[in-house]
Design a protein around this ligand. Structure first.
Ligand SMILES: Cc1cc2nc3c(=O)[nH]c(=O)nc-3n(C[C@H](O)[C@H](O)[C@H](O)COP(=O)(O)OP(=O)(O)OC[C@H]3O[C@@H](n4cnc5c(N)ncnc54)[C@H](O)[C@@H]3O)c2cc1C
Ligand SMILES: NC(=O)c1ccc[n+]([C@@H]2O[C@H](COP(=O)([O-])OP(=O)(O)OC[C@H]3O[C@@H](n4cnc5c(N)ncnc54)[C@H](O)[C@@H]3O)[C@@H](O)[C@H]2O)c1
Length: 466
């Protein structure tokens, strides 16, 4: 029996942030990980996908040329690309490793954990009795119940990055971020790619920007079929659609959403309630057992590494000190790393209208209105700002480095700052971020420049002022 202050189950983005914080602040911490240290993000998610995207981008830009430099079909060595992907994982892995966490003072157990009581967990042949527990077991691919699917050798995010051969024709089920990021990367690396989305692809994003993003993907040759209801899968690999069409490909990737990892955890024994979405938590991330918390993908909220990381602060306050804490950020940014990138924070136009009616203002600027984008030859894109009473309610950006640009808006929205905080900030020229400042400025332009009262005052002052 191991006695400890905090037992963290799952060594991914959420669990590691909490374990590292707690042990460095003096708590006794046991960390249990059943698979790879680093979890999904490092091994099967963010890191390998962004490394693959970087390879695709390199091939695309070389092939396309630009800025007066001719393009030409680059040589793509798919195996070498996978070495690059594995290299990125290996370079980051030490930060998440068992050795690092043991060095920090955590007791790391590499086994599958399961509650055997309200205050104890079994992992391998060890029993851990802890004052508090954090469940950070993440999620896994949700595989739809399609006839024939289980019998074919389909790929998921857990297997595709290890594939050494280039798929001739990759069929992807799912038009969300996983499906589309991997679709474009594979297309750029020379694969034929067909995306089958049951409903709208990029559903949930601002439709205007989603349409631009999908048009950009299609212009590169990614086939995106929306409203494609898959009725069966057979052979290796033929996908049948409800309209009678059959699509034959060489590989099939299932990217149809995520399922919370709650199975086999003994949650019933621990008195922890859960639904199909994940573990039920309050705003303080506490479960129905007061001594057990849940974070990250398994907690049923937005599934991003930065959310799992942000959960850590809420947990540390409550488990290390008897302090109340809530996870209630004003806004959470998200980025889909297609190229150009699609980034969003806050309310979309539709959400803002539903909440505030016609009192919102919508400002649209294209990247052709930004000098840096012009010099880069990357003018395709749109920034959409939704504002009300001098404050931003939401921002969507589709354009070059949109993910970097949304950071400015994350500060404004999360700190509840006014648009004047951005217009009053000097930004370097020429940068893409200036488009954001210009959008904020556009909110004030009509108020300043089309205002008869201001004009009358200025004329009066100029007439009488010596
Ligand atoms: C292809 C892909 C790309 C992504 N890209 C991004 C991105 O660019 N940006 C972004 O913010 N998010 C991205 N995500 C989402 C991101 O990976 C997750 O939100 C994040 O990993 C969640 O962290 P977590 O700690 O909740 O879970 P995880 O990181 O999955 O960690 C959970 C850990 O718990 C372990 N575990 C599970 N059950 C048990 C058990 N019973 N006992 C012991 N250990 C257990 C697992 O082995 C795993 O290591 C991506 C996801 C995918 C699939
Ligand atoms: N850049 C990022 O931050 C990033 C990247 C990848 C993943 N993620 C995280 O991972 C989560 C999961 O991503 P995802 O793309 O797997 O899921 P998702 O839920 O975002 O999208 C799933 C897609 O699959 C479609 N679908 C569902 N069942 C289907 C079926 N039977 N046939 C065809 N299409 C079907 C849906 O209509 C939807 O388009 C995201 O919501 C996000 O939180 C983030």
């Amino acid at each position: 029996m191991i006695e400890t202050d905090l037992c963290v189950i799952g060594g991914g983005s959420g669990g590691l942030s909490i374990a590292a914080g707690a042990v460095q602040m003096g708590a006794r911490v046991v960390l249990i990980e059943a698979g790879e240290m680093g979890g999904d993000c490092l091994n099967y998610g963010c890191v390998p996908s962004k490394a693959l995207i970087a390879a695709g981008e390199q091939a695309y830009r070389m092939g396309r040329g630009g800025a007066g430099i001719g393009g030409g079909m680059p040589v793509v060595d798919f195996g070498a690309v996978k070495d690059h992907v594995a290299g990125a994982i290996a370079a980051i892995a030490p930060h998440d490793s068992q050795a690092r966490f043991e060095g920090l003072g955590c007791r790391v157990i590499r086994a599958r954990a399961r509650f055997i009581g309200r205050d104890r967990v079994q992992a391998g042949d060890q029993v851990i009795h802890a004052r508090r527990f954090v469940i950070a077991t993440g999620s896994r691919p949700a595989v739809p119940d399609v006839p024939g699917l289980a019998a074919v050798p389909y790929l998921t995010n857990e297997t595709i990055f290890a594939l050494r051969e280039r798929p001739e024709h990759l069929i992807i089920l799912g038009g969300g971020p996983v499906g589309l990021e991997l679709a474009q990367a594979h297309r750029r690396l020379g694969c034929r790619v067909t995306v089958l989305a049951r409903s709208q692809a990029l559903a949930g994003e601002d439709p205007e920007l989603a349409a631009l993003a999908l048009a950009a993907l299609r212009s590169e040759g990614v086939e995106v079929l929306e409203g494609a209801l898959v009725t069966g899968v057979s052979g290796s690999v033929v996908v049948s659609l409800d309209d009678g069409r059959q699509i034959a490909g060489s590989h099939l990737l299932v990217a149809t959403g995520r399922k919370a990892n709650v199975d086999g955890l003994g949650l019933e024994v621990a008195g922890v309630a859960f639904t199909a979405k994940g573990i039920t938590v309050g705003p303080n991330l506490r479960t129905t057992n007061r001594r057990i918390f849940a974070v990250g993908d398994v907690a049923g909220g937005p599934q991003y590494t930065h959310v799992a990381g942000a959960h850590a602060a809420t947990i540390l306050k409550q488990t290390l000190f008897p302090l109340p804490a809530r996870f209630a950020p004003r806004a959470i940014p998200r980025v889909t790393y297609i190229d150009p990138e699609l980034a969003h924070i806050g309310l979309t136009e539709a959400e803002a209208r539903a909440r505030h009616g016609d009192s919102i203002e919508v400002i649209r600027l294209t990247f052709a209105q930004n000098d840096r984008a012009v010099t880069m030859g990357e003018t395709h894109g749109l920034l959409k700002l939704i504002a009300r009473k001098g404050r931003p309610l939401g921002v969507s950006i589709f354009g070059p480095q949109a993910g970097e640009q949304i950071a400015l808006w994350a500060i404004l929205l999360q700190q509840n700052l006014k648009l004047s905080a951005l217009t009053g900030t000097i930004l370097p020229y020429p940068t893409l971020s200036e488009l954001s400042k210009r959008a904020a400025g556009a909110y004030f332009s009509p108020r300043l420049f089309q205002n008869d009262r201001i004009k009358r005052v200025v004329r009066l002052v100029q007439r009488w002022w010596p």
